[in-house]
Every structure is written in C-alpha cells, then in structure tokens.
Design a protein around this ligand. Structure first.
Ligand SMILES: [Fe+2]
Ligand SMILES: [Fe+2]
Length: 392
C-alpha cells in the first residue's frame, strides 16, 4: 500500500501537490534565500518527486513520474541541492586518487550520535532515531540499485554482490528493509513506509534525497559509487554501537538482529566496495574519479548535519522530530499516539548533555580496521570540514 501524500510545508510542496491533485501550473522554483542543504520545504518536495520512482503515493497517478512539468521542477530542486553540496566540497584538501581519498574521508570524525546512543540512549531515543532512519531504511539499498544498469565490468559485479546481500540474497523477509520494518514494529512504531514523513526534518530527508539524486541521474553515477563505498566503509563501528544500545534495552531481538547483520556483512562489504567496486570502476572510467570523491564527501557532510540536528535537539531536551503543523492534514491516518506519542513533551527524549561539536571517541578497533570501519556516515565529518560546514 503506497503511503499517503504528506502535508505541504511551504510554497514548493504546495505548488507540487496542487499540480498532482488539480493539474495546477507548476512554475515555482526554490528561492535563492533557502538553505538547499536542509530546507524543510525543498527536501520534502524533492523527496516526494523521487518517491514517484519508488512506491508512489496513494491517490497520485503513476503518470506523474515522467510528467514534463514535474520533471522540470525536480531538476530545479536538484540543481539547488547539488550546487550547495558542491559549494561545500573542497576537493583540494583531499588526495586525487579516489581509493586513498575514501580511506581519508572514512577516518573523519563527526558528531557523536552513535556514541550517545550507545552510552546514554533511552528507549525513546532509540525509537526516535528509528523514525528518522525509516525514510531511508524502509527502502534500504533501492537507491544504489539504480547504479547497476549504468555500470559495467567487475566493479558492477561487486555492486551486485553488495546489493544482493542488502536484499537478503532473495530470501523472503531477509532484506535489510524488511528487517528494519520488523525492528520498528518491535519498538511499537508503525512499520509501513512513509508513515512518519511528516515528522522528518529537511536534514533527515536530505540524507535520503542524496542517495536518490545520485541514483536517478546517470551523470552522477560516480557520486553514487562513492556514496555506496563510504556507506559500507563506515558502517561497522556505529552499527556495533547501536547494537550495544539495543542490547542494553533488552527484549529487542529484531532490532538487535538488524544491527548484527550489518556488523557482520559490512566488514566484508567495506573491502568489497573499495577494492572490488571503486578500483575497477575508476580504472575503466577515470573521468568518474572526482565524482566518486564528491559522492563520499557529500554523504559525510549530509550525515554529520543529520547527527548534529538530532544531538542539538536532545541536548535541549526536546524531540528532534518535526512537530506537525496544527493545520496539516492527517489524511485519516492513525495518529502516532496509537503506537508512540512522539509529540508529547512527557515522552520526548530527555536530552543527554553532550557537546555537539565533540566528535566520536576513537573506536575500539585496531589501526588497520580504523581505516575501513571508523564510523557510520551518521558519525563522520572532518574536524577541518566541521569548521567550514554550515550548521543545520
Ligand atoms: Fe544494509
Ligand atoms: Fe552493507
């Protein structure tokens, strides 16, 4: 069952939804004044455009996916987002060899979200984190799959192997998105895709939009490769921390399984992505090298903004989720209160008082492992780029 269209958040989503619902003209473009890296309205509009290529929306015809005004509008949003990402990317500070550059980026430290959940995470914080991740992880791997028909040779075969694992090797119920849905249900959350999108801020949607933008544009296939490679290279450390957080809560076997699967699989995926995927792809298409690095840097920055957003809210003793506007339509969906009152101040996560600018402590791994497994993208970002990165 496709999700309902979320509520509009501003002029972009209002115009887009009016186009789809009533056929209204769609000649709106993002204002230069908005922060295209995190803007709520821009990223919800872009997320909705992309969703037409995934599961669609209830009551919105599939023909809108390739409708010319919708496609032109989506391109305007992508132009703004990509320009902002490239503006903060400083390739001169990195090695030009993508393999070396990715190893460097994988060591960048970032906001200590995984460490905070590991050491101080309450059940409510774990639930809230799962809600944030639901936009991506309930369709985990789908965006990277767009890369398969756009690549050739042994690098593509490595990507296929990674993706096959992400889909559970074709076993029913074993894809990582299905494991995550089981974990959400176990946490008392609604497990259907798109249920919580009204609650997700632009910083969260941007992490999902990043993968979709790279996946759905052939010209950005190099960035998609870099994005996937860094994703796999920086998974094991944070996933192990999330696993510790889940075990400490107890009685969360599905959530533990989701994290255990990643700790085990991504140790292999990390080397497979770098040696088996990036190396032959860049060897066959050297022109892709700069964008492989760009994709990894963009992931690192987007995930650091996401982590900072959550930690800032928790430090202030409030939810990091977006409050639905009073006049936003609910589309008759059952309220979150049926499963978890994420809007009630009484259950908002009591914020751990940790400094947002503090970075993850060194992981408990060897120096060799550190090069590959320092941290999930959620937690990466360089101290150099931290100084230059705009705050979310
Ligand atoms: Fe996965
Ligand atoms: Fe993986």
């Amino acid at each position: 069952m496709p999700p309902q269209l979320p509520g509009a958040r501003g002029p972009l989503t209002e115009a887009l939804f009016a186009r789809w619902r009533y056929g209204a003209p769609l000649d709106t473009a993002p204002s230069r004044a908005v922060d295209a890296l995190v803007d709520d309205d821009l990223h919800l509009a872009l997320w909705c455009c992309y969703e037409l290529s995934y599961q669609g929306f209830a009551g919105i015809g599939d023909q809108w996916e390739w409708e010319p005004e919708t496609v032109a509008f989506r391109a305007e949003l992508e132009r703004a987002f990509e320009a902002a990402l490239r503006a903060e990317h400083q390739p001169t500070g990195l090695p030009t060899d993508p393999e070396v550059a990715l190893r460097v980026i994988a060591t960048w430290a970032g906001p200590p979200l995984a460490h905070t959940l590991e050491t101080e995470g309450t059940r409510e914080m774990i639930q809230e984190f799962a809600v944030h991740r639901s936009a991506y992880q309930l369709k985990e791997a789908d965006a990277h799959t767009w890369g398969i028909p756009r690549l050739r040779g042994p690098g593509r075969s490595a990507m296929v192997e990674i993706q096959a694992d992400e889909y559970g090797g074709g076993r029913v119920g074993e894809s990582h998105s299905e494991l995550f849905a089981d974990a959400m249900g176990e946490l008392g959350l609604e497990r259907s895709f798109g249920h919580y999108v009204d609650r997700l801020p632009g910083a969260t949607l941007a992490t999902d939009n990043l993968a979709s933008m790279f996946g759905l544009n052939r010209r950005l296939r190099g960035a998609l490769v870099g994005h996937l490679a860094l994703f796999e290279m920086t998974s094991v450390g944070p996933m192990a921390r999330y696993l510790t957080a889940a075990r400490r809560q107890g009685d969360l076997p599905a959530l533990e399984r989701f994290y255990e699967v990643h700790v085990q699989a991504d140790a292999h995926h990390a080397s497979l992505a770098l040696d088996g995927m990036v190396r032959p792809i860049v060897r066959d298409e050297p022109d892709l090298a700069p964008d492989v690095i760009f994709g990894a840097v963009a992931l690192s920055h987007a995930e650091a903004r996401f982590a900072r957003h959550i930690l800032r809210a928790w430090n202030e003793g409030r939810s990091s989720l977006r409050d639905p506007a009073p006049d936003e339509p609910t589309h008759g969906r059952r309220t979150d209160a049926a499963v978890l009152d994420l809007t009630s101040p009484s259950v908002r996560p009591a914020g751990p008082r940790v400094p947002i600018i503090r970075t993850e402590p060194p992981p408990r791994v060897t120096l060799h492992e550190r090069a590959l497994h320092t941290s999930r993208p959620t937690d990466v970002g360089s101290s150099r780029s931290n100084r230059n990165r705009r705050q979310s």
